[in-house]
Write a protein that binds this ligand. Structure first.
Ligand SMILES: *Cc1c(COP(=O)(O)O)cnc(C)c1O
Length: 402
């Protein structure tokens, strides 16, 4: 541990942790370092990480390429400047995103919720020109999660998260992806600006939407002259074994939002847009102080180059299939497993009982896993996880589910 890190550790006690606002109920260990796919607490105990900072640490910890990108960016002295000025890293990263996707332009921001809120603004900007003020509604899906800011929260189908904070952003409606016959009552070409969809719902219990549903949503969006936004904040950037989750379905959206793994652990979000949407956006329509700064964009460019490598993605798919097979075996043996859902290296184990005790029991055995809703255990290992580390995790899961 560096001197600074150990000085900081020595300076904290229980009341220091109480100084942090209680919006979370964090697990007891105090983590002080990490390497590869393991994190270590202040007693030196090692934990195998199947959460990766909620899908952020795709390359694990201590990746040499990420460290080199940090060092090179720091050596310029230019951590931040402002979007009032041009810097090369954001342009280079935007070019990489455009070259590898459906998009023609990219907007950079600092988180997933910010990316979704930016996409909502862009959708309204675009729709206003076509249908006036009436055409402003954002349609989200049942069971969705799009973030905790007022606009993103309005599009998040979770009553308990919304209730203490109403009124939220108005003009949001929900549709049930499982019942296309009900969509006509929700969508309206005079009112609907956009439909937002997670191709694999994350917080909602790891629910992949079928190809048929995504195709039908594309058709419904087109029929109502509405934009289709894919929220790939959690499922994008290699997580499903495809660089972008939309690739698996063949459905091409009008906007994609990204965040979690984009900048190797630094906060960064992005909105990918087609020219058709982008051409309606004028200077001054939206802004962010930090978005696309030189340090974060330099690191993101290094991370993205790795994630976009077809050999890397092949490997994710292969290890994803391995993990899926192991989980199916586990499900067949276990009384408490109701279903195994996911793709690539994003999996949910649906249980007949609450998932939180399983997560706590795994932590005690040195495995970090998370919940996704009340009764789903979620696995989001670093995309560099090995088969032997998958075996270790499965052995722990077998024990804690027994
Ligand atoms: C995590 C997440 C968000 C919110 O991202 P933040 O960076 O926490 O604001 C939005 N959408 C999805 C699908 C997510 O998983």
């Amino acid at each position: 541990m560096s001197t600074t890190a150990s000085t900081l550790l020595a300076s904290v006690d229980a009341s220091s942790f109480d100084a942090v606002l209680g919006t979370y109920r964090p697990a007891a260990p105090v983590f002080v370092r990490a390497e590869g796919v393991h994190v270590y607490d202040d007693a030196g105990t090692s934990y195998l990480d199947f959460v990766s900072g909620i899908g952020v640490n795709a390359l694990g910890y201590g990746d040499a390429g990420v460290h080199t990108a940090f060092e090179q960016a720091l050596s310029t002295g230019l951590i931040h400047l402002s979007n009032l000025y041009r810097t090369a890293p954001a342009a280079a990263l935007a070019q990489m995103l455009v070259d590898t996707s459906f998009a023609d332009r990219v907007f950079f921001c600092n988180s997933g919720a910010e990316a979704n809120e930016a996409a909502f603004k862009f959708a309204r900007r675009y729709a206003r020109i076509r249908g006036g003020e009436a055409k402003h509604e954002i349609v989200a899906l049942r069971n969705s999660f799009h973030g905790r800011l007022f606009g993103a929260l309005a599009a998040t189908d979770r009553a308990a998260m919304q209730a203490p904070f109403t009124p939220l952003m108005p003009g949001v409606r929900f549709l049930d992806p499982a019942d296309p016959s009900s969509w006509d009552a929700v969508l309206d070409s005079a009112r609907t600006a956009a439909i937002i969809v997670e191709p694999v719902q994350g917080e909602g219990g790891v629910q992949p939407l079928s190809r048929e549903t995504l195709v039908a949503l594309r058709r419904a969006a087109d029929a109502n002259d509405a934009l289709l936004i894919f929220d790939e904040v959690q499922c994008g950037l290699g997580r499903t074994g495809h660089l972008f989750a939309y690739e698996a379905s063949g459905v091409v959206p009008d906007m994609v939002t990204l965040a979690k793994p984009l900048a190797g652990g630094l906060p960064m979000g992005a909105v990918l847009l087609t020219e058709r949407v982008a051409e309606t956006i004028q200077p001054g329509d939206h802004a962010t102080t930090f978005g696309g700064g030189p340090l974060v964009a330099s690191v993101a460019a290094a991370v993205f180059a790795r994630l976009a490598d077809p050999a890397f993605l092949n490997d994710v798919r292969a290890r994803g299939e391995y993990l899926h097979a192991q989980l199916n075996e586990l499900a067949a043996e276990s009384q408490s497993v109701v279903a195994v859902r996911g793709s690539g290296l994003m999996w949910g184990i649906a249980l007949s009982a609450p998932a939180a005790p399983v997560v706590a029991a795994a932590l005690e055995r040195g495995l970090l896993i998370a919940t996704a809703g009340e009764r789903v255990v979620r696995l989001l290992p670093p995309l560099v996880i090995s088969e032997s580390d998958i075996d270790v995790a499965i052995a722990v899961l077998r024990e804690v589910l027994a």
